[in-house]
Design a protein around this ligand. Sequence first.
Ligand SMILES: *[C@@H]1O[C@H](CO)[C@@H](O)[C@H](O)[C@H]1NC(C)=O
Ligand SMILES: *[C@@H]1O[C@H](CO)[C@@H](O)[C@H](O)[C@H]1NC(C)=O
Ligand SMILES: *[C@@H]1O[C@H](CO)[C@@H](O)[C@H](O)[C@H]1NC(C)=O
Length: 227
Amino acid sequence: MAKTVWSLLAIFLFLQAAATGAVNSQIKVTDNPADKLVAAINENRTAHKSSNLFDNPGLACLALQYIKAYQGDCGAVGGADAKKPPESQFAETFAPNCGVKASTLATITGRFLGCQTKYVHAPEAFSEILIKNQRSLDILYSKNHTQVGAAVTGTDGGSPYFWCVLFSNGKPNSTFSFEDGVAKITKPGCFSGANDECSGAYDWSQLGGIWLFATTTLVALSFALAL
Ligand SMILES: *[C@@H]1O[C@H](CO)[C@@H](O)[C@H](O)[C@H]1NC(C)=O
Ligand SMILES: *[C@@H]1O[C@H](CO)[C@@H](O)[C@H](O)[C@H]1NC(C)=O
Ligand SMILES: *[C@@H]1O[C@H](CO)[C@@H](O)[C@H](O)[C@H]1NC(C)=O
């Protein structure tokens, strides 16, 4: 009896996974989801009569490094086991990896980080994962920010997916500057502000869909932090 139940369950799971895979393979991100996330933030800010923020590629590259510090561990993003990379990492690791001059780092005035096993497009990532409560709205509309950078990544091109937004109060043209003046594109993952058409990270296979379903049901974690 128990064996039959397990067999049925296995078949059900397989069909579900196949369906998930089929749906996933239809999703095509044609341009940069990190740029779209910044667009969603600026649209929402300006509708709220807050200033439009400059999309700084150096800051955005740091956001991608911030995600990478989690090494794909979604469980470390929020909740009881939440971890944050030490602040010293910005100057010691993130900036050099991005080719950003450490001397041009400015204060981070806010940050959003979210992780989820299911991929969603930028507007949903913004409204369903990153902006969850009054605290995150306060950070979103803060007058302290002058610029923003966003990054989106899937681990090994698949689930779980991370979204990170960093805000800063620095002057756009003299902070988070690249050593040689041009953005150093670091892959995998996408970051905003660099005119980088970044869609390659999301050509996951049907197998990815099965793995996604078999290993986890929906996991979604996030945090919002001022300064
Ligand atoms: C801004 O985003 C918040 C959170 O998702 C939402 O409640 C609000 O309606 C949005 N405002 C506009 C003008 O889109
Ligand atoms: C803005 O910055 C001030 C001073 O650093 C800080 O006290 C305040 O909490 C910040 N506001 C928000 C919404 O983060
Ligand atoms: C930075 O931008 C301001 C105005 O946007 C401009 O006046 C200034 O010359 C710029 N500085 C540099 C170093 O490019």
